[in-house]
Design a protein around this ligand. Structure first.
Ligand SMILES: [Zn+2]
Ligand SMILES: [Zn+2]
Length: 266
């Protein structure tokens, strides 16, 4: 399985509109961050976790030519508002696109995209979606995904474990019952917004402490704000922990092989 970071930025994206800080004006392409999402490619399928408002741009950049499912972490705008753009894949593939979300998130998606679910939009050109409410581990085209309940401030949201990798964006605390599901990982992807504490996001230091506790082979941080420059932040981190960047790809098949992790992500 190949995992692609479609976007690694916080909700505003980086650069932040109108901001002239060092990171927002950086010429390092790894400091340009679209809104957070990852793509998973396996068995000829392409599945995304969240459809960010930048989904269309991400799909163009990565030359995504099909979409087989969308799995949602939660209903915040930066994770949902690209869903309309999946319609071109429905037109081409001619089968409703499965979407997976917890009950509360699915209710929000049905409200936001009421015209899609009602199928009464008189102007045509809309997707058909096939909604599935997540109530426990589920299969997406033969891959088992285990939901990882975490707290995003006072909002219960989901991360996901698939094989020996896990993606946990948008959290501030992880309950013990979920920490138990994050053991024995090859790749752990965590929210790491900035250095300063935030009520609904993990900081670089908090996520690093989690990595030290959970001991994955490698860890990548995402949902990154403009306070963290790519190169200077990576210099603070141990070699098996890196900031992710847009377009970074991980070959999850190689995980578990005895060879040392590649330093390429630096
Ligand atoms: Zn977010
Ligand atoms: Zn959020």
């Amino acid at each position: 399985m190949k995992l692609t970071f479609l976007g690694t930025g916080t909700s505003t994206g980086v650069p932040t509109l109108g901001c002239h800080c060092k990171v927002c004006t950086s010429s390092d392409p790894r400091d340009k961050r679209l809104r957070p999402s990852v793509g998973l490619e396996y068995d000829g399928r392409f599945v995304v976790i969240d459809t960010s408002p930048d989904f269309r741009e991400q799909a163009m950049r990565e030359r995504i030519e099909r979409l087989d499912a969308v799995v949602f972490t939660h209903d915040h705008v930066d994770h949902v508002f690209g869903l309309d753009d999946v319609r071109v894949f429905y037109f081409r593939q001619k089968v409703p696109i499965p979407i997976y979300a917890d009950r509360r998130t699915m209710q929000s998606i049905r409200r936001i995209y009421q015209h899609i679910f009602d199928q009464t939009y008189p102007y045509g050109g809309i997707a058909k979606l096939d909604p599935h409410v997540i109530e426990g581990p589920f299969e997406v085209w033969g891959m088992t995904m285990t939901p990882l309940p975490v707290w995003h401030g006072n909002l219960p949201v989901l991360g996901f474990r698939f094989g020996r990798a896990a993606y946990v964006t948008d959290f501030s605390t992880i309950p013990d019952s979920t920490l138990a599901l994050l053991e024995g990982l090859d790749v752990l992807i965590l929210d790491a917004l900035r250095h300063q504490p935030h009520p609904s996001h993990s900081t670089l230091e908090q996520s690093l402490a989690l990595v030290e506790k959970l001991k994955p082979r490698r860890a990548f941080f995402t949902h990154i704000a403009h306070e963290l420059g790519h190169a200077e932040t990576n210099a603070l981190l141990p070699p098996h922990v890196r900031l992710a960047y847009d377009g970074l790809k991980l070959d999850l098949k190689e995980e578990g092989a005895p060879s040392p992790p590649s330093p390429a992500a630096g």
